[in-house]
Design a binder for this molecule. Structure first.
Ligand code: IMP
Ligand code: MG
Length: 177
């Protein structure tokens, strides 16, 4: 199927917003031990930009990575999630911030928060580059949201369609022709 790519968020807008989010997160966790967990693959670019904007006064956050495998296709993420790569740091007694590319139905975020909660984190919060409302099924709270988007399938800045477009530094909507 052929698609048109409609510009939605420019690279400059992204960098401005990521700096704001970084400042907000830094102020919120000031002086506390923080672990930022990147949800692969989609959040990799956002995560790399975001952690460079987080200053806890005592240094930066600890970082780690998780990968979820969901059963589904490219445009309709599956409803069942499993870890295909777990985090490696011990989160007990530390504050944990999960960093996602998009919270869409909320199912993967809900699954991940549920698992991490059982590991004794001091607190657990969610940061998503895109907070997409159209298909929300699970009432997860996005504590730090980059951009709210009502609908549409978007790519770029880490986000893919069938593993394409992740490398782009801006965000586009894929519109079928
Ligand atoms: P959820 O479990 O439905 O919230 O799915 C979230 C995941 O689905 C995100 O982390 C993305 O990997 C993927 N996803 C949802 N919407 C989009 C989109 O518009 N473009 C690219 N990936 C998406
Ligand atoms: Mg994806």
């Amino acid at each position: 199927m052929a698609h048109r790519m409609l510009p939605v968020i420019t690279a400059a807008e992204i960098q401005r917003r990521v700096a704001e989010l970084g400042a907000e997160i830094s102020a919120f966790y000031q002086g506390q031990p923080l672990v930022c967990v990147c949800v692969l693959k989609g959040a990799f670019m956002f995560f790399a930009d975001l952690v460079r904007r987080i200053d806890l006064g005592t240094g930066g956050p600890e970082i780690d990575f998780v990968r979820l495998a969901s059963y589904g296709n490219a445009t309709s993420p599956g409803c069942q999630a499993v870890f295909s790569k777990d985090i490696e740091v011990d989160v007990a007694g530390k504050h944990v911030l999960v960093v996602e590319d998009i919270v869409d139905t909320g199912r993967s975020a809900d699954f991940l928060l549920g698992v991490l909660e059982k590991r004794g984190a001091a607190s657990l919060k969610m940061c998503a580059f895109i907070d997409k409302h159209e298909r929300r099924e699970v009432g997860v709270t996005v504590d730090f949201a980059g951009f709210p988007i009502q609908k549409g399938f978007i790519v770029g800045y880490g986000m893919d369609y069938a593993e394409k477009y992740r490398e782009l530094d801006a965000v586009y909507e894929l519109v079928p022709e």
